[in-house]
Write a protein of this length. Sequence first.
Length: 309
Amino acid sequence: MIRSPAFAAFLALAALVPSPAALAQDRGTLDAKPLPPLANPDDPSTPAKALFGRATSPAPGPEAAYGSYARGCFAGGEALAVDGPTWQVMRLSRNRMWGTPHLVAFMERLAAKVPRVGWPGLLVGDMSQPRGGPMLTGHASHQLGLDADVWLTPMPDRRLSRSEREEMSATNVVRPDRLDIDPGVWTPEHLKLIRLTAQQPEVARLFVNPAIKKALCREADGNRGWLSKVRPMYGHNYHYHIRLACPAGAAQCEDQASPPGSDGCGEELAYWFSDAVLNPPKSTKPGRPKPPMTMAALPPSCRTVLKAR
């Protein structure tokens, strides 16, 4: 794994608060403050995100993923080096460049391949926290050490400064009306990047904005089998989300069901452009906030992961 001076800088940030939001276009911070200690971390009602969000180093031991993508954790994690030949990690203040060694090795291999399709390198957004688990802000998934966000912005031909990594926005490739991609921003290389990623055998699913899926369906030629892995999802107009399948032999890692065998370019995609989805009626009743997930909702092994020293 490639190390750099920036990696040491990231370690110095590991005990700091992540940014108050976790979308690709939202800024990080250059002035992070330490999280205060919890008064009673062993209280069963303590949100799991408050516990895992304070873990600043990986759980020691062999690689292991426990649970599912939205209810899980992992041990033996590694951080993706913040600088590589064909990648740079963004939003360092979030401390979310962690994953299972399986994910980290995949991201390094993928980054090495993307120049072959005309994409200069990856700007990597959120992966996971050092031990996975629920996050203080943002994602419901990314808990298992097998998810990673990649910006839809080509890596520049220079190393970005720390402030740029925290403050520059990812590229929105979707039109303001949300019905299609923005032709002034979208390029053939975007399709090639997403296709290359989906064709990797480790990938279970890719999540993209429905408008991006529409463009892929329209523009893809030749073998279209990879399109079945590309799933439309709210948001994801600034980045795409990679989800790897559980590694072979990971007995306590729960895979999602396989996506449908079709390319997903027909009625399934049309649903996302219906008026009910694009313009849902506003509720007249105030919503009741969903209670935060506690440790009881996670696999029992996550307690061991959380407390490991």
